[in-house]
Design a binder for this molecule. Structure first.
Ligand code: HEC
Ligand code: HEC
Length: 455
């Protein structure tokens, strides 16, 4: 367990708070995931000291050797998604802070979960045997921890006569293309005829999205919409509770809760088994290759004292992350906002939804300016061909547009480098509205883009 860093990035917040407790690790936290026993809990670090220049926390110690080295690391340009040329600076210091109005206990949970989010796993802490990257923050990195990046993962399957087979027995649909401990890494099976890349989405404001009632998302299907625009809810079984819920996270709205997404990502992106996903993934379904790793011991240990594990702490961190801050509007952006509504963009990219009553006051009955209806839409040629849950091959979740100005790998596979390119690729239910966008005069189109650049 790396010793705790004093969280200098929380300094602006600490300055605004009367901090009476250090962000100390609970003394009863279990030794990390079956690795060597942790050294005695170190003295908690001093109270967060306000500093004028918050800096990111120091990098975690280098991970143990991982073979082979990241074969899918995208070109540096794709990863440097901050500050699209000509954009207002993203100002990393204002992204990634906790929600305003959290209690001290919630702030501690946020800080604790953030530590897990940035922690680089190693084989000794449960990484692999097959995986995609070593920490959540390796992919969710820009413009700060909790953000998106140009990093993509790959899904595959076989489609014939309108029937999609995720090739479960061959390790589908998610590819894990790295491995440790001499286990073979996955490759795309020859029988796959659908291969789709998915770019990393940000998790800023994720707790607000989680707190939107299912009934509110369902109500979005009943609103009157421009001709051709429909929208369906994604119905999923929430892994964390077993309940049928309305999905809202991921490109296919494939998860309803942050706990289930954490558990899924831990197991399937990093190979960290947990109480919801207790089995290691077998490379391309080759169970013999990993038999020795399925020893019945979970990588993510649940603390007997409170029944919680790192999976829960990750969910807390994301739940308590603030929404991405908006940039200032000017006259052109204001005109563009009106165009966004008049064209019909807002019929899918719903400017705001509202959370329900929530035990966490900072999440209760709040306006959420996410610019999404959280519904699935048939996007025609833009669909990714993957069937996931109730989402069909051409159906995609309306991408929330908040935080857009900090990103330059847009659409599900990151193919669009600018909002303009992303809009031009809209199809299916959005085709008529895309055409109306294309018919705008250059100056009008610029107003719309100026508005998007404030999000
Ligand atoms: C290898 C890169 C990678 C790693 C590691 C990773 N993610 Fe992600 N994350 C992604 C991608 C890609 C998506 C979009 C996936 C999709 O929709 O199919 C995503 C989406 C998400 C979302 C959904 C956000 C939304 O509304 O769309 C959450 C929540 C999330 N990740 C949490 C985590 C957590 C927690 C961890 C660590 C346990 C983690 N991720 C590790 C790449 C990664
Ligand atoms: C029928 C619903 C619908 C309409 C209408 C619509 N969009 Fe979208 N939009 C989507 C979906 C779904 C996606 C995600 C597409 C994908 O999977 O790549 C998206 C993605 C985007 C993205 C990329 C976001 C990202 O995170 O990658 C931008 C920018 C965008 N839309 C802007 C607009 C604008 C501007 C308009 C109006 C001209 C508009 N959209 C109209 C459904 C819609």
């Amino acid at each position: 367990m790396p010793s705790r860093v004093p969280l200098p990035w929380l300094a602006p917040l600490a300055a605004a708070l009367v901090v009476t407790t250090a962000f100390a690790q609970p003394a009863n936290r279990p030794a990390n995931r079956g690795g060597p026993p942790a050294p005695p809990t170190p003295t908690p670090p001093a109270v967060v000291a306000p500093t004028a220049n918050p800096t990111p926390p120091p990098a975690a110690p280098p991970a143990a050797p991982v073979t082979p080295p990241a074969p899918v690391t995208p070109p540096a340009a794709a990863n440097n998604i901050n500050n699209r040329p000509g954009n207002p600076p993203a100002n990393g210091a204002t992204f990634g802070l906790p929600l305003a109005g959290l209690t001290e206990a919630q702030l501690i949970a946020f800080a604790d979960g953030r530590e897990d989010f940035v922690q680089r796993e190693t084989p000794a802490t449960g990484l692999g045997p097959i995986f995609n990257d070593v920490s959540c923050a390796a992919c969710h990195s820009a413009p700060s921890v909790g953000g998106a990046s140009g990093r993509t993962v790959t899904r595959f399957g076989h489609s014939a006569d309108g029937v999609f087979d995720p090739l479960d027995a061959l390790g589908g649909s998610l590819l894990q293309d790295r491995s440790v401990n001499g286990v073979p890494r996955e490759t795309i099976p020859a029988s796959a005829n659908v291969v789709a890349r998915r770019v990393t989405t940000p998790v800023f404001g994720a707790g607000l999205i989680e707190a939107i009632p299912d009934s509110t998302i369902v109500a979005g299907t009943l609103e009157s919409k421009p001709p051709g625009v429909r929208g369906r809810v994604s119905v999923v079984t929430d892994v964390a509770t077993g309940a049928l819920r309305i999905g809202r996270f991921g490109w296919k709205a494939q998860h309803a809760s942050l706990l289930s997404f954490s558990a899924d990502a831990y197991a399937n992106e990093m190979g960290i088994t947990n109480r919801f996903f207790p089995d290691e993934n077998a490379p391309n379904g080759n169970t013999a290759a990993i038999a020795r790793f399925n020893d019945g011991v979970l990588d993510d240990v649940t603390d007997p004292a409170d029944g919680r594990s790192d999976t829960d702490r990750l969910a807390d961190y994301m739940r308590f992350l603030a929404a991405p801050p908006r940039a200032a509007m000017n006259a052109s952006a204001l005109a563009g906002e009106r165009r966004f509504a008049a064209l019909g963009c807002a019929s899918c990219h719903t400017p705001t939804l509202t959370t329900g009553r929530h035990p966490v006051a900072a999440l209760s009955e709040k306006t959420v300016p996410l610019y999404s209806d959280l519904l699935l839409h048939d996007m025609g040629a833009l669909g990714d061909g993957i069937v996931q849950g109730t989402a069909g091959a051409r159906e995609m979740r309306t991408a929330p547009l908040w935080g857009l100005r900090t990103r330059n790998a847009l659409l599900h596979d990151g193919r669009a480098r600018t909002p303009d390119a992303a809009i031009r690729a809209h199809d299916g239910e959005a085709a008529a509205i895309r055409d109306a966008y294309l018919r705008l005069a250059d100056a009008e189109r610029q107003q719309l883009l100026d508005f998007l650049n404030t999000l």
